[in-house]
Design a protein around this ligand. Sequence first.
Ligand SMILES: [Zn+2]
Length: 221
Amino acid sequence: MGKLEKILLCFTVAIFAIIVIQYKNRVEDVNLEVAKDIKKIAITFDDGPEETYTEKLLDGLKSRGVKATFFVIGKSIQGKEDLILRMYNEGHLIGNHTYNHVELNKKSNEEGIKEIEATNKLIENITGYKPEFIRPPFGAWEKDQMNKTNMFPVMWTVDPLDWKYQNTDYIVKHILSKVKDGDIILLHDIFPTSVDAALIAIDKLLEEGYEFVTVDELMLD
Ligand SMILES: [Zn+2]
């Protein structure tokens, strides 16, 4: 190899090295930007546990590594304690949805507290965890009436009315067209259409870079 060829070779290698280093820096910058841009949302399920659909949902969430929040009805727990324990063991947040699915603002203070405490007690007996969050049925929550319970009410920001339409396509489309960073999606795990829609929407939103967190994480942010 002549002297000139050696110089040319060295020069080519040097240029190549510079290109590789610059490319690598750019990729790292992009990764940093992606990390800053993580969009967090919570998916919540009311009115369970339900024997078939809650189990199917838990399987789907597990295989996707997604955490959800379940607001369960006290009177539905009996005979489905294993589902409550599974929710807890698999990292989902369990919240209270009253014992009889009542409109708390139409109950006396005493009755309301009874509804909440009876449900908390059942969940605590199964999991050892005492719920701190409540989704008041029908969104009926009066701060003054209920502040003695020390529960945080959790409302919602995306509501596809899944219980009314019971149509998987409609529910998926509604969620995907409305959802944005920080949203709380409301669904009911007592309908097969809602469970199917949830899993389809989750796949799509994971692809879009959303991270699913439990509602406590959104509220602490
Ligand atoms: Zn409900």
